[in-house]
Design a protein around this ligand. Structure first.
Ligand SMILES: *Cc1c(COP(=O)(O)O)cnc(C)c1O
Length: 355
């Protein structure tokens, strides 16, 4: 019999969202409710005749667009087939068997999976009131801790901690512990917290910042994420990346999307308006919804049973939210913000079940 190595055989498959049938409207994967910039779509189409070629392994145009947009040095930006690829390579390069990778209660599930791939131990620092606690992270650090992952704003909570707290975390963590700040939803919070402050931490040479085109830019299907790395960390991660990781049209779409900041800001504003109205509608039904700084909301029901009943009723209507049992939040559902019409339908279902 052909056997996998034992730690892979012992692993579960990465738990992707249940997407329902072909007629189901997904509110489950935090995809954008709005199309990408028309300039991005045109740029992708214009590249289709390049498909016999391998994509540029240095992503020069995309890196240039990221550097211009955020005022960063292009040399230490790495691009991935989604930031998932970068997170996986970073863990493979900097954690091994028995090392600890430290996240938080409701941190990104993929980090746990990538840690298991290298037999590192994934530990979680407690969050307080569905919000990351820097003190609890610091208290959970041990001599085995190699990497701390902090998602801000958080997924699935949507909550935000201030940059001053992230700086305090970095200043207090041991220097041989890497801090990774996953900012997959930062475009929804960049008005509140100056992104330059977090990018500046990278200069310390022990901190990495991750971003993605998958959420606010509406390009989840393009598989384009990026990170800002200290040079020595970038050099190691680079060795593990798939050399031609982002397709030619995807690189072009991502670069054009970044150069159309007006479109992204418009999408963020429209999404936030629908989100805040939907959250208020849920609160009016007596539900708990933490203030979200993302394109989704976490809805807390009276108990797991109520969440299950709502989930079933939504499915009856062809709507699918994300169950949160895997995060120990069986009394919650996470709802990606879709069009106003879809959110109105969802709220009607909630009202019907909870009345
Ligand atoms: C969506 C998401 C990402 C980005 O994933 P991609 O691979 O870039 O599509 C990263 N972290 C978190 C927490 C996310 O929700």
């Amino acid at each position: 019999m052909i056997r996998a190595v034992s730690h892979v055989a012992a692993m579960g498959a990465y738990a992707l969202a249940d997407l329902g049938g072909p007629d189901t409207v997904s509110l489950a994967q935090n995809e954008s409710a709005f199309p990408a910039s028309p300039a991005a779509i045109a740029a992708g189409k214009a590249m289709l005749d390049q498909m016999p070629l391998y994509p540029d392994p240095e992503w020069p145009d995309l890196r240039g667009a990221i550097a211009e947009t955020h005022g960063l040095e292009p040399e230490t930006i790495l691009c991935g087939a989604g930031s998932m690829e970068l997170i996986g390579c970073l863990i493979r390069a900097f954690a091994g068997a028995g090392d600890q990778v430290l996240g938080t209660d409701y941190g990104y599930a993929f980090v746990a999976s990538a840690s298991a791939q290298v037999q590192a131990v994934y530990a979680k620092a407690h969050e307080e009131d569905l919000t990351v606690s820097v003190d609890n992270i610091l208290a959970a650090v041990t001599s085995a801790t190699r990497i701390v992952f902090l998602c801000n704003p958080g997924n699935p909570t949507g909550t935000l901690i201030p940059n001053t707290e992230i700086t305090r975390l970095r200043d207090t963590l041991p220097e041989d512990v890497m801090l990774v700040v996953d900012q997959a939803y930062a475009e929804f919070a960049d008005r509140l917290e100056d992104p330059a402050e977090i990018f500046n931490l990278v200069k310390r040479s022990d901190t990495v910042v991750m971003r993605t085109l998958s959420k606010a830019y509406g390009l989840a299907g393009a598989r384009a994420g990026w990170g800002y790395f200290p040079p020595a960390i970038a050099a190691e991660v680079r060795k593990l990346l798939n050399p031609n990781n982002i397709s030619i049209p995807s690189q072009a779409m991502a670069a054009a999307a970044l150069r159309d900041q007006a479109h992204m800001r418009d999408v963020v504003a429209k999404t936030a308006a629908i989100r805040d109205g939907f959250a208020d509608g849920c609160r009016a039904l007596g539900l708990t919804v933490p203030q979200s700084h993302t394109n989704f909301v976490l809805i807390r029901f009276a108990d797991a049973d109520a969440a299950t009943r709502v989930d079933a009723a939504l499915r009856q209507e062809g709507l699918l939210m994300r169950g949160m049992g895997g995060y120990g939040l069986a009394d919650c559902l996470r709802a990606t913000i879709c069009s106003q019409h879809v959110m109105d339908r969802a709220l009607t279902v909630l009202k019907g079940v909870l009345k």
